[in-house]
Design a protein around this ligand. Structure first.
Ligand SMILES: *Cc1c(COP(=O)(O)O)cnc(C)c1O
Length: 375
């Protein structure tokens, strides 16, 4: 064919690229999605949505789950349903993906950052106490990278808690599942999360009135009994039935998907234990469920050479997020020195992690990391 040259027989064999994460889908998810399509039920009115909601609520020990279009839209609904808006402050950890901070800004409130602890990388209750003010309306407790927050200590502060368990499906705090803490919790089902619907999220609540209000706000503010009499400014953040069908298959494989990531983390832990890299902390209260496997390089320079060696072998290892108060966008909420979050931000590295990663793929990542450490 014109314009296409034959492969160069002398070119070095290109090894397969290894992405930061990947999905793990089977005939179960495929079968449910196909069934939804074959029956023509593809909007949020389909039955997989409610089946998925029931299954997720049960897994997380909550009475209700409300499926949404993303974890971010779930956060938006929760903050609005708690009447958080202009003039209010919401405390957020300095070390997290930015979605909770952005959701706070989106409702007109100010995200005020607290530092995290060295022994859990989650919200430091002392730092929360130091940054709170008369305007503080809530705190968003992020179960970062699959590690639960210290809920007894955070609860003792008396600030309403919203749990962001987007990265922690399957983790537990003293025997209780994440997603069950606070006035409301959210999960994300983005394709890089442990349980996925492609794009998607949910709100988890116990309070029936709050559940009803969030359900209404998620559905144009329309009541079921009187659909066109709108009593609430609504949004449409609903999840569609094909996504929920995929999600139901994933929830039925919950233990397998969580165990798969733990297996990968254990293999990395064993292979890297003799190196200068330090491993993530696991606090005594935590049953972690690893989302992205994270290590700390001794110095920022070491991190750069590890990332370069990975890149050279087609491996998408990455530097962790910057500390959020260091982003121009969130400066207004900076109060303190964020010593721990900045230290992790300067030296943290994510290695590729997903549940069906093979031993060969893990070995290749480990080899590249060791090459980088030797450079
Ligand atoms: C992924 C993530 C979200 C956002 O989820 P989306 O479904 O991508 O909107 C929220 N919070 C945290 C901590 C996340 O990691």
């Amino acid at each position: 064919m014109a314009g296409l040259s034959k492969a160069d027989p002398h070119a070095p064999a290109m090894s397969e690229k290894i992405g930061l994460s990947s999905v793990d889908l089977t005939d179960r998810e495929r079968g449910y999605a196909r069934d939804a399509i074959d029956r023509g039920w593809i909007s949020s009115a389909g039955d997989y949505v409610s089946r998925f909601e029931v299954a997720v609520a049960e897994r997380c020990g909550r009475s209700r789950a409300i499926a949404t279009s993303s974890g971010t839209s779930a956060l938006d609904l929760v903050l609005r349903a708690l009447d958080i808006g202009p003039g209010d402050e919401v405390i957020c950890p300095a070390l997290t993906f930015a979605a909770p901070a952005s959701a706070i800004v989106a409702v007109g409130a100010v995200p005020v950052f607290a530092d995290v602890t060295e022994n859990s990388w989650t919200l430091d209750p002392c730092s929360v106490e130091a940054v709170r003010s008369a305007r503080t309306k809530a705190l968003i407790a992020v179960d970062v990278l699959g590690h639960p927050c210290d809920y007894d200590a955070l609860g003792a502060l008396g600030i309403p808690i919203v749990e962001d368990a987007a990265e922690a499906h399957g983790a537990g705090y003293r025997g209780r599942p994440v997603g069950s803490f606070g006035r409301a919790a959210v999960l994300s089902f983005h394709a890089n999360k442990t349980i996925t619907t492609g794009e998607g999220g949910c709100v988890l609540v116990d309070d029936a009135a709050l559940a009803e209000r969030i359900g209404l706000m998620n559905n144009h503010g329309m009541s079921a009994s009187d659909p066109y009499v709108h009593t609430e400014i609504g949004r449409n953040y609903r999840m569609g039935n094909v996504c929920a069908a995929i999600g139901l298959g994933q929830v039925q494989r919950w233990d397998e998907l969580v165990a798969g990531r733990r297996r990968v983390a254990k293999a990395y832990d064993d292979a890297l234990s003799g190196t200068s890299l330090s491993q993530r902390p696991v606090a005594e209260w935590a049953e972690e469920s690893v989302w992205l496997y994270t290590v700390l390089a001794e110095r920022t320079d070491d991190r750069a050479s590890i990332l370069a060696a990975c890149r050279a072998d087609g491996i998408d290892a990455r530097a962790i997020w910057p500390a959020l108060p260091d982003l121009e966008l969130f400066r207004a909420g900076a109060r303190g020195d964020y010593r721990v979050a900045r230290e992790i931000a300067a030296r943290g590295i994510w290695l590729p992690t997903w549940s069906s990663m093979t031993d060969d793929q893990i070995d290749r990542v480990v080899t590249a990391v060791c090459v980088g450490l030797a450079d």
